[in-house]
Ligand binder design. Structure first.
Ligand code: HQG
Length: 177
């Protein structure tokens, strides 16, 4: 992606996950915004038209955005801090999932388990490589193995987003390796 496209993609993430108000955009309860509304409200802030939007949705390295089947609405696939209900079904997780974090967080995680922080859920990965990439964003990486199968058996609920990110409310210490 060019730097321009990256900037615009970041702008979209911010608006659709965290700050729709910053451009006067309304998200519905499931996190959807009208594409026409988005393009109009975004105009003073970034160069964005329908063709570029479609291209950004298609080329996002992590498939961050989804268009509705009729192409009239758009939402972020995950990562929201504003209150939305993505309507994802509860699904049975694999026996183990991974969470990449920074070594400086380990003492706190050892006490509190994994907490969602500003997001709605703790984000987990199905493979170590993805966890590695996620953790690197924060510093020196440490990969935690989450006993998701045991958690599920104990009644914890898991969701999997359209782009393959596993979500759960929190991970208590006893399920971390
Ligand atoms: C840590 C990106 C102290 C947690 C990525 C993480 C992902 C604790 C940080 C998605 C803690 C939160 C999410 C505790 C958790 N004490 N630290 N008790 N519990 N933490 O960015 O999982 O590019 O909110 O380990 O690729 O890093 O946005 O979460 O290090 O999929 O699409 O607190 O964001 O995707 O950081 O990343 P984040 P994350 P996008």
């Amino acid at each position: 992606m060019s730097t321009d496209a990256e900037t615009t993609s970041r702008f979209l993430s911010r608006v659709l996950r965290h700050a729709p108000d910053s451009i006067g955009l309304q998200l519905d309860a499931q996190g959807w915004a009208g594409v026409e509304d988005l393009l109009r409200q975004a105009r003073p802030h970034v160069r964005l038209d329908r063709a570029l939007l479609d291209e950004l949705v298609r080329s996002s390295d992590k498939q961050r955005f989804a268009l509705s089947d009729d192409g009239l609405r758009i939402r972020a696939n995950q990562g929201h801090s504003v209150a939305v209900d993505l309507g994802l079904p509860a699904v049975v997780p694999p026996a183990q999932l991974y969470h990449g974090t920074a070594t400086r967080f380990l003492a706190s995680i050892g006490q509190q388990g994994l907490q969602p922080g500003a997001r709605h859920h703790v984000h987990l990965s199905a493979d170590r490589d993805t966890a590695q990439a996620v953790g690197q964003r924060h510093g020196k990486v440490h990969i935690l193995v989450v006993e998701a199968g045991r958690m599920h058996a104990a009644g914890h609920v898991f969701h999997c987003t359209q782009n393959g990110v596993w979500l759960t409310a929190a991970v208590p210490v006893e399920f971390l390796q």
